[in-house]
Design a protein around this ligand. Structure first.
Ligand code: SLL
Length: 277
């Protein structure tokens, strides 16, 4: 077997999104029969901090090898290491704190570990509606989308990041349109294809029976969205004009009414005066 090289692919950059987040649930109070046993009395929350991939994205294990979470140093073994997914740590506690997260990449990537930080949010936050929802559900979730960029990746990583099998973990639903049904029957996934025959993280130029999504469709979709935006903007303009006209009319009516009211008041006053005389 040839020794793996660290040769880099020039002028290529591939990025992946990850979600870094935490969830905190309120624990039943001390004395409540539903409170799990063995939790210190001052702990009010059960929380989980995690690194996940956005739903539907290519598998993150292609490039992510290991995640370390450095939690508050009063916890036992505060440097927690996850060698496999799920990359997450669950604990109980009473207070939030910043968590240092170290992302270790697959050895084929030749990349150094990267740091991220996440604040473990235990208390309600956000606007009134969000806080009411957090109160009602007893769940506080705080998530951020992070981007990891591979600039001029190694050949091995580039190969891995452009392979179809990164989507293997996604099961095609049995029902879900003609194409999906056909693919399910054939036991195939929609093929991504390679524009110009070259391996790439891009969508292929054109769709065909084997390729479900293409740049051509993407452009058509963008055009149609732009067209719809145009329609919405036009009707917004018309509505604005109509509103301005209505406001003008209203102003004129108010002025007229005010004038009449003033006249009436004046007449009334002069009547009063004449009666008093
Ligand atoms: C503070 N920044 O000073 C916070 C610290 C620490 C929270 C929060 C229990 C830890 C354990 C726990 O929740 N600590 O049981 O070791 O307010």
């Amino acid at each position: 077997m040839p020794a793996p090289t660290n040769k880099r692919v020039k002028n290529k950059r591939i990025s992946r999104n990850i979600i870094i987040g935490s969830e905190a649930f309120t624990l039943p109070p001390v004395g409540d029969p539903n409170r799990p046993k063995g939790i210190p009395d001052d702990h009010t929350k059960r929380w989980t901090v995690y690194v996940r991939q956005p739903q539907g994205d290519p598998s993150l294990t292609t490039w992510l090898n290991k995640v370390q979470f450095k939690i508050f140093n009063t916890y036992e073994n505060p440097l927690r290491t996850c060698e496999n997914p799920p990359f997450e740590v669950t604990e109980t506690g009473w207070g939030g704190f910043p968590i240092d997260i170290r992302l270790h990449f697959q050895p084929i990537s030749g990349e150094k570990a990267q740091y991220r930080q996440h604040f473990l949010q235990l208390e309600k936050y956000g606007d009134e509606r969000q806080q009411a929802q957090q109160e009602a559900s007893g769940l506080v979730r705080s998530e951020f989308l992070e981007v990891v960029q591979f600039n001029e990746p190694t050949e091995a990583l580039f190969e891995a990041l452009t392979m179809d099998d990164q989507w293997n973990y996604l099961q095609l639903p049995a029902k879900g349109g003609k194409k999906a049904a056909m693919m399910a029957q054939l036991g195939q996934r929609p093929k991504r294809g390679y524009p110009g025959g070259e391996r790439s993280a891009q969508l292929p130029d054109k769709a065909d029976d084997n390729i479900a999504f293409s740049q051509e469709q993407e452009h058509a979709l963008i055009l149609s969205i732009k067209e719809k935006i145009g329609i919405v903007e036009k009707s917004l303009d018309e509505e604005t004009k109509r509103r301005e006209q209505t406001e003008k009319k209203l102003k004129a009516l108010r002025a007229e009414l005010g004038h009449e009211a003033a006249q009436q008041a004046a007449q009334q006053a002069s009547g009063d005066r004449s009666r008093r005389r």
